[in-house]
Design a protein around this ligand. Structure first.
Ligand SMILES: *Cc1c(COP(=O)(O)O)cnc(C)c1O
Length: 387
């Protein structure tokens, strides 16, 4: 059988594959320390679960509008106004099956063959694949550990061509955990406006910040930047709701309408009663978020201290998300070889940086218990010393 050409152009998700292998080894009774998962280890907060249960009891089990329950679209618009200083109404919002579907549908709605999409590396591994699936061309801007894995406004300017349609900004970042400062965001926004390109701002980790780091949505940098911004976010990371599959886009109405049309012919609405859990997440108390971030902050410190004691690793201190991204280039081994040997010899699961466009690095998630972190870092230390 001959499959469609587009299948050959994309790679399967390496993070999902390695995480599945680690989970299978664990199920076989192997003592695994897994740092591969891109998800919080906490349970979804009770009041959110209760709201979804109540919605089920109330019969919220039927098809709803493709763009989402009106009440949730309104709650998201309110949150963006009050938390992010972004002036959106409910008609500027579409509710999607997670941030992943938001971005996929957006590429389908905006990208034509020949369009270029600028992506700083290290990047979330799905960005270039989604661009390719839409027929566009990913244009990668590399960054280094020394530069804190951040691009400058000048680097963005130099990557722009007449074919540039869109720039993907992800702060706080998966996989590096870096956060752009408000001044850096303003400088990048000025370039976006000057060259009249679009920016999609993936803000899924906006609440997971440390050491006083601040998140500025690029759409709030100036009215001109707002006109060219699409915000992509969701509930998975902030509220430990990865399996619920709820994300959203906020954008000018014509973009939301285009994405709704695509969604109306693919998945239709997000699970109706799950959307009521999301309403509770935004309208209920936010202490659950603070508690999770406090736990992440302690784990981050334990992991960083352990990593910095391992000779040959270089690891910038991340200000957000729940990942560290140590540079292993001094060890003279490629990231895939490093991670497969680490898993086989020491039963420690990490993701090779090559999946994120940085073969000199590995990604470790600290969204896991302190005991696992301590044990896993001891094993990593022994592994590196054995190389
Ligand atoms: C987890 C993640 C998403 C989206 O996750 P969903 O579970 O689909 O909501 C989007 N962007 C980045 C950078 C992520 O890490």
């Amino acid at each position: 059988m001959k499959l469609a050409g587009r299948v050959g152009q994309v790679s399967p998700s390496m993070t999902l594959a390695i995480d599945a292998k680690a989970k299978a080894m664990k199920a076989d009774g192997i003592d695994i320390c897994s740092f591969s998962a891109g998800e919080p280890d906490f349970d979804t907060p009770k009041h959110i679960v209760e709201a979804a249960k109540t919605a089920l009891d109330q019969g919220k089990t039927r098809y709803g509008p493709a763009a989402g329950e009106p009440k949730l679209r309104e709650a998201i618009a309110q949150k963006l106004q009050h938390v992010n200083n972004l002036c959106y109404g409910a008609d500027n919002i579409i509710v999607t099956n997670g941030g992943k579907q938001s971005l996929y549908n957006l590429m389908m709605a905006m990208i034509d063959p020949g369009d270029e999409v600028i992506i700083p590396a290290p990047y979330w591994l799905s960005y270039p694949e989604m661009v390719k699936l839409a027929g566009g061309t990913p244009v990668i801007i590399p960054t280094t550990a020394e530069a804190g894995y951040r691009i400058t406004a000048e680097q963005l300017r130099q990557a722009i061509t007449p074919q540039t349609k869109l720039f993907i900004l992800n702060s706080p970042s998966n996989p590096t955990g870096m956060v752009y400062t408000p001044d850096e965001i303003r400088a990048i926004a000025a370039v976006v406006v000057e060259h009249d390109i679009w920016v999609v701002s993936d803000e899924i980790y906006e609440k997971i910040l440390y050491d006083g780091a601040q998140h500025l949505s690029i759409g709030a940098a100036s009215p001109e930047a707002y006109d060219r911004t699409i915000v992509s976010s969701g509930f998975a990371k902030t509220y430990a709701m990865t399996g619920w599959r709820i994300g959203f886009l906020a954008a000018p109405v014509p973009i939301i309408q285009a994405v709704s049309t695509i969604q109306g012919h693919s998945t239709s609405n997000v699970c109706t009663f799950a959307q009521y859990g999301a309403i509770a997440a935004y309208e209920g108390p936010q202490t659950c978020v603070t508690e999770m971030v406090t736990a992440f902050a302690e784990r981050r410190q334990v992991m960083l201290d352990a990593l910095n004691a391992i000779p040959g690793l270089q690891c910038p201190k991340p200000d957000g998300a729940f990942y560290v991204f140590p540079d292993i280039s001094k060890l003279g081994i490629k990231s895939i070889d490093f991670c497969s040997a680490l898993l086989e010899q020491k039963q420690v699961a990490a993701i090779p940086g090559i999946a994120f466009g940085a073969d000199s690095c590995i990604r470790l998630s600290y969204a896991t218990g302190l005991d696992t972190i301590r044990k896993g870092m001891e094993r990593l230390d022994a592994f590196v010393r054995s190389l």
